[in-house]
Design a protein around this ligand. Structure first.
Ligand SMILES: Nc1nc2c(ncn2[C@@H]2O[C@H](COP(=O)(O)OP(=O)(O)OP(=O)(O)O)[C@@H](O)[C@H]2O)c(=O)[nH]1
Ligand SMILES: [Mg+2]
Length: 694
């Protein structure tokens, strides 16, 4: 297939997905409206049915569906061709890409009717609007400077948060948002910057360069920030065309094949562990050999050109599959379930109302009184679940905080061996040469920061696993509390109307747990206020959003202060080295002495750091659970209140006016039928979607 066809396919698919999204959004919205109108004063004289919370959830999910974007972020070392790749993808030379200058800011590319750039700052400074040319001039840097900054662990524009580029491009209009990033370097500042974005992206495009296969830096980054993070990553081996240029005889086909095979093997060895999904190898769907520059050139010359041979057709096809199919189905399944829950609640409330409508005020008062104990039981369930969330919170926060303290304290034990691999190029003897001392210090500092970064991110992973496990336990409890709650709701119905409510098998494929417990089990990221939650559909409560800033929480900088003062001959480490005396020294001996002395300093500082950060870790972990608790308890309270409201509203209306029984029964019947019809429509739209995406 030609690239144009593939590209159009991507656009077409995105269009289709957008249509599906707005169709579902519209339908959810319709249900909300129907309920709202149906139980309004004009239509229902016997009082509202207590469905306010369902209306809120439906509208929220509807809005989230409408606003949904697919966010792609590109990552990779300096000059891998990240910006060129994005330009080739969008079909324009939009992002600055060249030998010079270098991308220096996180750049978010979003649809806008006209072309403009806004630079956002982190220090409260108002955003700066500027035209594209000035943006390129002012906010890119030359490669020499980029390298220098990287070496000194500095950011080019430390007070800039990101630049937003709005541009009228079809691919962006279809809801794709693209994030270009500066070449990575393994520093604290950069990590914070990129990590804030990682969790909110649907897919990461990790770019390598074919003739610089998997450098140490790249492997480190993958190991520390990509592995086991639950991210969806596409690996692009870019500038594949350069392999040929590197050959002694570029026309020698056999030699080219050999060179390509060799490079392919290196990437396979390094990347295959990152391309497993539930134990299945998806290397073919995730790793692509591309030539962005030739692809971009072809597209600029002729937007309709056939890009076969640049690897782009294969790559965009896979991206397309991933973006438009996998995540869409999950979201629409949620939309369908929400609609069903809303119908279930409506049908129940209507059934009760129909039975109770003939009772007089005194009978109703008695009825309401008779179910008080059951309502108390519902509250007890809420309290018990809340108690459990709190206990889990205390236990997890303590466990995570203690694990951090112990981990930090134990760093000293293995420092001498662990640290060796972080200073491959350090000449210990250089320290003794006055002119080289500064260089020695810089190299040492850099190695040390890297060591800390990696150690801490390894710990982070264990902490996240711990929290994840705790939330999984809570999800299980939510299911149990949910079914006890449901049994009591049945008891209420039996007391009030003498029977359980019949659904004519309509809800048969859904379990009976109440909406709040489904939420607490993590089924409904669509019905949360957080748009990114839609992205992470089915991943449940988004506690990771709260943890995004682990590094800030940890105040990792406090580690760096340990060796902040340059090592000079008079401080303990310097003395250890100088005591060796020039001449007689062996490099090995110098290294051992150095590491021993450094370890001593390091170990001395650790208890204070471990202790001082313990509390903030405890608080941050606790906050994840506190927010969950607030949301769950609010939802249970809302459910209880609306059930009580439903009964009290009827009583109030009975006391206040005469209700036309027949007309009222008809209105109730109509409302039930309308909501059911709309629910059925969502159901069949969903069936169709599944059918169409097979
Ligand atoms: N031959 C060849 N050159 C490429 C390819 N992709 C990019 N380049 C060149 O590589 C250089 C760097 O490309 P950029 O797109 O600026 O790389 P980058 O990763 O965005 O660089 P930074 O933002 O500075 O990290 C430019 O000179 C590009 O023209 C490719 O597929 N083939
Ligand atoms: Mg770039």
């Amino acid at each position: 297939m030609s690239y144009t066809a593939e590209k159009n396919q991507l656009l077409k698919e995105l269009e289709r997905v957008n249509r599906v999204r707005s169709e579902f959004a519209e339908r959810l919205n319709n249900i909300a409206q129907t309920i709202e109108e149906g139980e309004s004063e004009v239509n229902l004289k016997s009082g509202k049915l207590g469905l306010e919370n369902d209306i809120v959830d439906l509208n929220l999910a509807s809005n989230n569906l409408r606003q949904g974007v697919f966010r792609l972020m590109v990552l990779g070392d300096l000059k891998r061709g990240k910006s060129t790749l994005l330009n080739a993808l969008i079909g324009e030379k939009l992002l600055p890409s060249d030998v010079n200058p270098c991308t220096a800011l996180i750049t978010v590319l979003r649809y806008g009717t006209s072309k403009r750039v806004t630079v956002h700052f982190r220090d409260g400074q108002p955003p700066e609007k500027l035209d594209f040319e000035s943006f390129k001039e002012k906010y890119t840097i030359d490669s020499e400077e980029a390298k220098r900054l990287q070496q000194n662990d500095k950011l080019a524009f430390p007070n800039v948060e990101y630049a937003l580029v709005e541009y009228p491009l079809p691919i962006l209009e279809k809801g794709i948002e693209i994030i270009d990033s500066p070449g990575l370097n393994d520093t604290e500042a950069r990590n914070k910057l990129a990590l804030n974005y990682l969790n909110n992206c649907h897919a990461i495009l990790f770019v390598f360069r074919a003739i610089q296969p998997c450098t140490l830096e790249e492997r480190r980054y993958l190991e520390n920030y990509i592995k086991d993070r639950g991210l969806s990553v596409f690996f692009l081996v870019n500038a594949w065309d350069e392999i040929k240029k590197e050959l002694v005889d570029p026309e020698d086909e056999a030699e080219l094949a050999r060179a390509e095979a060799k490079i392919r093997k290196v990437f396979y060895t390094n990347l295959s562990e990152y391309t497993k999904a539930n134990g299945v190898d998806i290397y073919e769907q995730r790793v692509f050999e591309v030539s962005s520059l030739p692809a971009l050139r072809l597209r600029l010359k002729d937007p309709e050109s056939d890009l076969a041979g640049t690897g782009f057709p294969e790559f965009t096809n896979a991206l397309n599959q991933f973006l438009t199919q996998e995540s869409t189905v999950t979201q629409m399944r949620q939309a369908k379930s929400l609609a069903k829950i809303a119908y279930k609640r409506t049908h129940e409330a209507i059934a009760r109302r129909k039975s109770l409508i003939d009772r007089n005020v005194d009978e109703l008062k008695d009825n309401i009184k008779s179910v008080k104990p059951e309502f108390e039981k519902l509250k007890e369930i809420r309290d018990r679940f809340r108690e459990e969330i709190r206990n889990t919170r205390d236990r997890s926060a303590k466990k995570v905080a203690n694990s951090y303290r112990n981990y930090v304290l134990s760093l000293g034990d293995t420092f001498e061996t662990d640290f060796v691999k972080y200073q491959p190029n350090l000449g210990y003897l250089d320290f003794l040469i006055a002119g080289k001392r500064e260089e020695f210090n810089t190299a040492f500092k850099k190695g040390f920061e890297r060591y800390i970064n990696e150690k801490i991110s390894a710990w982070e992973l264990t902490a996240e696993k711990e929290i994840q496990a705790a939330f999984q336990e809570l999800a299980k409890s939510a299911a149990e509390y949910g079914s006890s709650y449901d049994r009591i709701v049945d008891e209420i119905d039996e007391k009030l109307i003498g029977k359980k409510i019949d659904f004519q098998n309509y809800i048969q494929d859904e379990d009976n747990s109440p909406g709040w417990s489904k939420w607490a089990m993590g089924f409904f990221s669509l019905a949360t206020g957080n748009v990114a939650g839609v992205a992470l559909a089915a991943s449940g409560f988004d506690w990771k959003d709260i943890l995004v800033n682990w590094l800030a929480v940890l105040g990792i900088g406090s580690f760096f202060t340990i060796f902040a003062i340059p090592i000079v001959i008079f401080n303990p480490i310097g003395l250890a080295l100088t005591s060796l005396g020039v001449g007689a020294i062996q490099a090995q001996e110098a290294r051992n002495k150095f590491l021993k002395a450094a370890k001593k300093e390091f170990t001395k500082a650790l208890p204070k750091i471990a202790e001082s950060q313990r509390e903030s870790i405890y608080q941050t972990v606790a906050e994840c659970f506190d927010r969950y608790e607030t949301e769950v308890v609010d939802r249970i309270d809302g459910d209880i209140k609306s059930r009580q409201g439903e009964l009290n509203n009827l009583l109030e209306q009975k006391e206040a006016t005469e209700i036309d029984r027949e007309k009222e029964l008809q209105s109730l019947q109509d409302l039930d039928a309308k909501v059911l019809a709309q629910c059925n429509k969502i159901e069949s739209a969903y069936e169709y979607l599944i059918f169409a995406s097979v």
